[in-house]
Design a protein around this ligand. Structure first.
Ligand code: ADP
Ligand code: MG
Length: 249
């Protein structure tokens, strides 16, 4: 298979006395689309947040394109974390746009602040990605002038403008009215077709089945079962997977 983009080994994460992730092993290869499903509270968001170091593991390692977030002695160096984090784009359920900035300003901000681009360069890149997500006509709108689906597409354009090699989506469509889900899934599907490496958490099971190369079912902080979409959805092996699939399909 192609090169590993993310390598997680024996990842444990606790909040206080609660162990939320209990030894996760996961490798995501270049161009692969991994979809994580599982009940609420099973640790899906925590896992995604550990992948780009928004949360630090309690133990275990996370490597991005072969480089560990922590150094040889297990310490986290801020510079190294910041650099690796820019290689991973993340899109959340809530769009987290700056309300006082237009769509294009939202997409420009991190490029200027973190990538140190000139305003002119950042604007060009922002136009490119806003056009890509179908918002060429909405660049100068403020978030409150945009629908939920449009706001989420701005958030995707903002992540893409950093030109990451990996994209993480955490329930990107969960906050949207049903009629707006499709336009966001369409953008994600296009990224998939272009070969972007992606890890998605979603409740859209049909979408998961359609775009996923691999489905991971998580429950109570462990990976219970993983496999091809057709196997997980049609012939789950574990009782917990069966129960979950029956509830959500
Ligand atoms: P999921 O995304 O699968 O619904 P989460 O990863 O969000 O699950 O949460 C798993 C568990 O971890 C939940 O019980 C949640 O309350 C807990 N948790 C998540 N983040 C924190 C935090 N920052 N502090 C304390 N507990 C947390
Ligand atoms: Mg979650």
């Amino acid at each position: 298979m192609s090169k590993p983009m993310i390598e997680v080994a024996q990842l444990h994460k606790s909040f206080g006395v609660h162990e939320i992730l209990k030894g996760i092993d996961l490798t995501v290869h270049q161009g692969e689309i991994v979809v994580i499903i599982g009940p609420s509270g099973s640790g899906k968001s925590t896992l995604l947040r550990c992948l780009n170091c928004l949360e630090l593991p309690s133990s275990g390692t996370v490597k991005v394109e072969g480089t560990s977030f922590s150094d040889e002695s297990g310490r986290y160096n801020e510079k190294r974390v910041a650099r690796l984090r820019t290689e991973i784009g993340m899109v959340f359920q809530g769009f987290n746009l700056f309300p006082m900035m237009t769509a294009i300003q939202n997409v420009m901000a991190a490029q200027i602040k973190i990538r140190k681009k000139s305003a002119e360069e950042a604007k060009k890149t922002a136009e490119k990605y806003l056009t890509k997500v179908g918002l060429a006509e909405r660049m100068n709108h403020y978030p409150n002038q945009l629908s939920g689906g449009q706001k989420q597409r701005v958030a995707i354009a903002r992540a893409l403008a950093m030109e990451p090699n990996i994209m993480l989506f955490d329930e990107a469509t969960s906050a949207l009215d049903p009629e707006l889900v499709g336009e966001v899934l369409k953008v994600i599907r296009e990224l998939a077709d272009e070969g972007m490496t992606m890890v998605l958490v979603t409740h859209e099971m049909r979408f998961a089945e359609e775009v996923g190369d691999r489905i991971i079912f998580m429950d109570k902080g462990v990976i219970v079962e993983e496999g091809k979409p057709s196997d997980i959805f049609n012939a789950p092996k574990h009782q917990r997977t069966k129960l979950f699939i029956n509830q959500v399909l």
